[in-house]
Design a protein around this ligand. Structure first.
Ligand code: ADP
Ligand code: MG
Length: 278
């Protein structure tokens, strides 16, 4: 079972959007997917049409009350995509877990149990992380086999990346030797601007091939889809957003031919000449 932590301690960079749409794109490719919300803001469940305040159990009960994931997960509007939602209650977990022995591996332990029981057998689990590097994100890193970092190609994009790679390194050495930073995906990126090219070049200098060739373009359908409780692949299957996330899924599973044109082949134009996309 592939466990993908979608992490960036900055908010608003595209973590939840990437978790939902990459997850659904992987499901379209025949995989059975579980999405887990580790963020008390609870955007993931809402994005998938779940009422996160209906009193049902959430990831909070798994982490603090020994509930099993299989009893907490729910169906979503997307075929073969299941979700363990959170709600604001999860913000209390950080404090509640402070004195608990083994608090960093609660999620990993819960996933191990899930794998052995019904309705186990998920091909991939995606973890939508909060915009911080606290105990919830550490739980995600301890449970993960791979890390995917969405970032926005803006002037401050690399700020905070040193801290993030340091934390991943620390977890790798002490708690989870398996975890690796496998991908960085630029989100809401207009690849025709000069600034974008400069920022992506900078990211590539630091992270080399781990910067995904696939770039997620700004697309209003991606911002609209959550209010319909759907992924962009269901809400607007022919949109740029759907196309980009399908391509990201192919690249993520290693099925993209190397000769497919990438953003590197697109000539930059001056920033002020960049038109709004869609
Ligand atoms: P995070 O989870 O990192 O806080 P989100 O995925 O919630 O970030 O994205 C922040 C906001 O930007 C949301 O309103 C989302 O709909 C919007 N958004 C994300 N990606 C795109 C995109 N490629 N184009 C347009 N809007 C986007
Ligand atoms: Mg989010």
């Amino acid at each position: 079972m592939d466990v993908i932590a979608v992490i960036n301690q900055k908010g608003g960079v595209g973590k939840t959007t990437t978790t939902v749409n990459l997850g659904v794109a992987l499901a379209e490719r025949g995989k059975r997917i579980l999405l887990i919300d580790m963020d008390p803001q609870a955007n993931l469940g809402t994005h998938l049409g779940i009422d996160v305040n209906d009193g049902a159990t959430t990831i909070y009960d798994v982490l603090t009350r020994d509930k099993r994931l299989c009893d907490v997960l729910r169906e979503t509007t997307e075929p073969e995509v299941f979700c363990v939602p959170s709600n604001l209650e999860l913000s209390a977990a950080e404090l509640e877990l402070v004195s608990m022995v083994g608090r960093e591996t609660l999620l990993r332990d819960a996933l191990e149990v899930l794998e052995t029981g019904e309705p186990g057998r998920f091909d991939s689990v995606l973890l939508d992380c909060p915009p911080s590097l606290g105990v919830l994100t550490i739980n995600a890193l301890c449970a993960a086999t791979r890390v995917l970092v969405p970032l926005q190609a803006e002037f401050f994009a690399l700020q905070g990346m040193a801290k993030l790679t340091e934390i991943i390194g620390l977890v790798q050495r002490r708690l989870n030797p398996e975890v690796t930073l496998d991908g960085i995906v630029a989100c809401k990126v207009d690849r025709r601007t000069k600034l974008t090219h400069e920022v992506l070049d900078e990211v590539r200098r630091f992270f080399g091939d781990r910067l995904m060739d696939t770039v997620i373009r700004p697309n209003v359908k991606l911002a609209e889809a959550p209010s319909y409780g759907q992924s962009v692949l269901s809400y607007a299957p022919d949109s740029n957003g759907a196309e980009d996330y399908r391509r990201l899924a192919r690249e993520w599973v290693g099925e993209l031919a190397k000769d497919v044109p990438t953003d590197r082949d697109v000539e930059p134009i001056a920033a002020e000449g960049a038109a709004e996309v869609e």
